[in-house]
Design a protein around this ligand. Structure first.
Ligand SMILES: Nc1ncnc2c1ncn2[C@@H]1O[C@H](COP(=O)(O)OP(=O)(O)OP(=O)(O)O)[C@@H](O)[C@H]1O
Ligand SMILES: [Mg+2]
Length: 238
């Protein structure tokens, strides 16, 4: 469903993404982990076409990632949510619905606003929203289009405990509905239970890509009981 081949992104002289290859099958949920600066956000931005890749090939559902066909298949929730200053919460949802030609979007929008405690903020302008509220609007907009592939970059950052719990629940529901999800996170436990596979990035490279159980047994001593221990072992500096 998502195929990345030989992806490279160079900023000036810095190789932020260094020839990475991976793919996600339809319905797979994959957690993307890695220390600050590993290249997770850069990878995601290249996939969704927000950053121009230096080299490589990316396809989504078999289509080149920059094609309109591919764009209809995925949603992206950026690390820093950006909202339109002069649109209200509900106008954001209306705008997305119209841009994607979604009929009968209103009940879905209502439910999303309910889930994310935005019903009483529906008339608030984007510029007057708190960071967490912006993040919630961004998630609602992403879910409204019912995409097959979702790319979440640190979705839990800035959310309150209730919204974190709801987002985890939504992840499980999306997984049950066969969606393909790539989620980058530092909150390791937030993906531990739902991820079919974990990819660990460091210095622009993927240094681990397997199921949690396999990663555990492959790591030097195999005694890592938590993903956190394993993560720290794999990403430690030599
Ligand atoms: N616009 C930019 N110009 C130059 N260098 C950049 C730019 N954006 C990111 N970088 C560099 O690319 C590398 C990867 O950054 P990236 O944001 O992808 O990391 P990340 O894994 O998402 O980190 P974090 O966990 O902090 O979000 C870093 O070394 C960063 O300094
Ligand atoms: Mg990042």
């Amino acid at each position: 469903m998502l195929e990345v081949k030989g992806l490279v992104k160079i900023y000036g002289k810095q190789m932020a993404v260094d020839h990475i290859d991976f793919s996600l099958k339809g319905g797979e949920v994959v957690g993307l982990l890695g220390p600050n600066g590993a290249g997770k956000s850069t990878t995601m931005k290249c996939i969704v076409g927000l950053l121009r890749k230096t080299q490589g090939e990316v396809t989504i559902g078999g289509y080149d990632h920059l094609s309109v066909e591919a764009k209809k298949l995925f949603s992206y929730i950026p690390e820093t949510p950006s909202v339109y200053d002069l649109l209200t919460v509900e106008e954001h949802l209306q705008f997305i619905a119209q841009a994607y030609g979604i009929k009968d979007w209103k009940p879905i929008a209502e439910e999303l606003m309910y889930t994310y405690d935005l019903l009483d903020k529906r008339k608030k302008l984007g510029r007057d929203l708190s960071k967490g509220m912006r993040q919630k609007v961004s998630i609602c907009c992403a879910l409204l289009t019912n995409p097959s592939v979702l790319l979440f970059d640190e979705p839990m950052i800035g959310l309150d405990p209730k919204a974190i719990r709801n987002t985890k629940k939504i992840f499980r529901e999306l997984k049950e509905n066969g969606k393909t999800i790539l989620v980058s996170t530092h909150l390791i436990d937030s993906v531990e239970t739902i991820a079919d596979r974990i990819m660990i990035m460091k210095d622009g490279k993927i240094i681990g890509n397997d199921s949690l159980d396999n990663l555990r047994s492959a790591s030097s001593s195999g005694v890592y009981t938590t993903l956190e221990d394993l993560f720290l072992e794999l990403t430690k500096d030599e």
